[in-house]
Each structure stands twice: as C-alpha cells, then as structure tokens.
Write a protein that binds this ligand. Structure first.
Ligand SMILES: [Zn+2]
Length: 204
C-alpha cells in the first residue's frame, strides 16, 4: 500500500472547483503512473480546513476517496495569537508533503503565506493564482513631440551637459589652454568649450 501526501492551501473566497478537481486528478494520475499509489485512497490531503477554498477542496478530495488530514485552528488558538493561522500553516508544511497546491484569489494573505512556507521548505508548489481586480489599462504611446526626459536625466547624471568633465590625474605632460604646462600627476578636466584638456582649477 502506497502513500502520497498532498498539501493544499486555498483562499476563503475561492469559488471555482474545476481547477481543484483537475489538479487533484492530475496529481493522482501522476502518482499512480509513477507507481507510488494504486488507489486514490492512498492519498492524504493536508488542509487548513478554513471556510471557503479549503473545505471545497476537502469535498472534492473526499469524492476521490482521499484521506483528509485537517489542521484546523481552534477558537482558543485564534484568541491566543493573531498569528495562529500562520503558525498552523507552518505545522502543515512541517508535516511534509510530496507537493503543494495553492489556489489563491487576489493574493489573499493566508493562502499566500502558506504557499511561501511550502516553497521555503522546498516542497514543489503548483500555484493557481487568479485576480478579480480590473487589469491596469495599458499606457498610451507617448506623442513624438514629448521631450525624452529619460535621456535628458541620463545626460545630466553623466555630467555631459556641463562645460567641464570630471577631474582626473594626468598621465602625460602637455599644454593647457592658459598657455601653462601640466605634468603627470597634475589634475586635469576636459573643457567642452575649448574641446581640450585644461588644468582642473580652471573649472572652479
Ligand atoms: Zn591652465
């Protein structure tokens, strides 16, 4: 007799049983094909037994003949700690699983927390994430007459719009625009107006 443990987390407002049934059927088929089980009764489904998605999945798993392992948070645990749900999620993950199904609606925090704990425990997670929020409208294309601010900022950051560049140490000797000479080790700048290197103190 084989045994496979499948963890499940689902948002309370999850409404769609179809992907749940599909996912469980697919996992059961995979476990059967891999010789891990000969019957869905050898599958244990770990749930938090919260209202909504958890119980919907339990109902589906019972139809498949799976064993349910609920990790319900008691009223007393809820009263004792605001983190009771997160602690429960960790206990579920720590109980060990072959893989984890996550049915998350609008990024709900409890289900997302459980999914992330399973990932941290390196349990393979199969996420089904759905959003009912309206999608952000795409940005309209920019009209061609708008100045290219990004390029402008990039140039300003590099200092290219300034007359003098960054000071640097001369590696050779030469003649400055002032007629004086510089030696290796003197500080120079590039003078865009003169289009040549000059003593750095001309830039001050
Ligand atoms: Zn000079």
């Amino acid at each position: 007799m084989g045994s496979v443990r499948i963890g499940v987390t689902a948002s309370r407002k999850w409404k769609d049983p179809v992907p749940m049934a599909y996912a469980l059927g697919w996992l059961a088929g995979s476990a059967f094909s891999a010789g891990m089980i000969t019957d869905p009764g050898e599958i244990t489904v770990i749930t938090g037994r919260a209202l909504g998605g958890d119980r919907m999945f339990e109902a589906i798993a019972r139809r498949f003949g799976c064993t349910i392992e609920p990790h319900e948070v008691t009223d007393e645990q809820w009263r004792a700690s605001r983190a009771a749900g997160f602690d429960r999620n960790q206990r579920m993950v720590d109980s060990g699983a072959w893989c984890w199904l996550a049915f998350i609606l609008d990024g709900s925090s409890g289900a997302t927390d459980c999914k992330e704990r399973a990932e941290r425990a390196q349990i393979p997670v199969i996420p089904y994430e759905v959003s009912t929020r309206p999608a952000e409208p795409p940005l309209p294309p920019l009209p061609a007459w708008l100045p290219d601010w990004e390029l402008g900022y990039g140039i300003a950051e590099a200092g290219l719009e300034q007359q003098f560049g960054r000071p640097f140490e001369a590696q050779w000797d030469g003649t400055c625009a002032c007629g004086g000479r510089w030696q290796p080790g003197d500080m120079l700048v590039y003078d865009a107006g003169e289009d040549r290197f000059v003593h750095a103190d001309h830039a001050e």
